[in-house]
Design a protein around this ligand. Structure first.
Ligand code: SF4
Length: 290
């Protein structure tokens, strides 16, 4: 279903490598998505999958997490799916910090429904809904995520650098919590020109490096000569790097291994036996006895 040259294919390759390297059992792995080009992701995987409703991937994934803490959960969502109709779920999911990897495929456009302005479309981008150019400045998914209380893993990568993409996915998978990755994703069909300057001129990208950040090989380091050391424990510096406009920062903005996780609460009682449930119900009903 994806067009030739679509950045979604690069992410698919990276994810399949991750599943192989980490030896994730297909029967213990689930991909959840909403609606959009990237939300077709579960169909390309030989694992469990749930291709859900527009904007609703995150609550579905949280439901799975609450009852099946033994599964590896990945969410594929797009800029339209996550940052527009699903924005309410996005904000609260950051705060819930349930253990899952969330891949935001950000191509700056609604691709599946043929080129409408999305919340991340750059101002001036001509689309079917704004033929004279998008009217408003876009939402920055990284700045938004870093602004929500209890954010625990916030990273950005690009689809056209396979080592950095894979290393970011690996770090996100290792993190115990809500691992949010904005993947800048090429859509050759509708926004072919949007990321050209980033791809062709590496100095437009700022690579964040740190021993606790995303570890990449020398090839990736050479591909992005414009670098800055950033400790991902420092959220204030992470916010500053997300806000600066000199170059697009990629790497790990923030990680907090100690953030509260709501799934540690929702899984309580999961192993309760039938007899224990009946006893708990009996005790509960006793308070209404007259
Ligand atoms: Fe990929 Fe764009 Fe084609 Fe959708 S429309 S499959 S995002 S290239």
């Amino acid at each position: 279903m994806w067009c030739p040259g679509c950045g979604d294919l690069a992410v698919l390759t990276a994810i399949q490598r991750l599943c192989r390297d980490e030896q994730l059992p297909p029967e213990k792995t689930v991909f959840v998505s909403g609606i959009g080009c990237s939300s077709r992701f579960p169909h390309y995987m030989k694992t469990y999958g749930f291709h859900g409703l527009h904007g609703r991937a995150l609550p579905v994934a949280e439901g799975i997490r609450s009852r099946r803490p033994d599964l590896h959960i990945f969410v594929a969502t797009g800029d339209g799916d996550c940052c527009s109709i699903g924005a309410g779920h996005w904000i609260h999911s950051i705060r819930y910090n349930m253990n899952m990897v969330v891949m935001l495929f950000d191509n700056n456009i609604y691709g599946l429904t043929k080129a409408q302005t999305s919340p991340t479309s750059l101002r001036g981008l001509k689309t079917n809904t704004h033929p004279r150019g998008a009217w408003l400045d876009p939402i920055d998914p990284i700045q938004t995520t870093l602004g929500v209380v209890n954010a625990s893993f916030v990273a950005r990568t690009v689809d056209w650098n396979p080592p950095h993409l894979l290393a970011t996915l690996q770090a996100a998978h290792r993190h115990q919590g809500f691992s949010f990755i904005q993947i800048i994703q090429r859509c050759p069909h509708y926004t072919s020109k949007v990321f050209e300057a980033l791809q062709r001129e590496p100095s437009n990208v700022l690579l964040m490096t740190h021993p606790d950040g995303i570890t990449v090989d020398d090839g990736a380091l050479r591909a992005f000569p414009n670098q800055v050391e950033h400790d991902p424990a420092n959220i204030h510096e992470g916010r500053e790097l997300a806000e600066q406009n000199d170059a697009v920062a990629i790497g790990l903005f923030y990680r907090n291994e100690n953030a509260q996780r709501y799934d540690e609460y929702t899984v309580e009682g999961i192993a309760t036996t039938r007899a224990q449930k009946i006893e708990a119900l009996r005790k509960e009903l006793q308070q209404y006895e007259v």
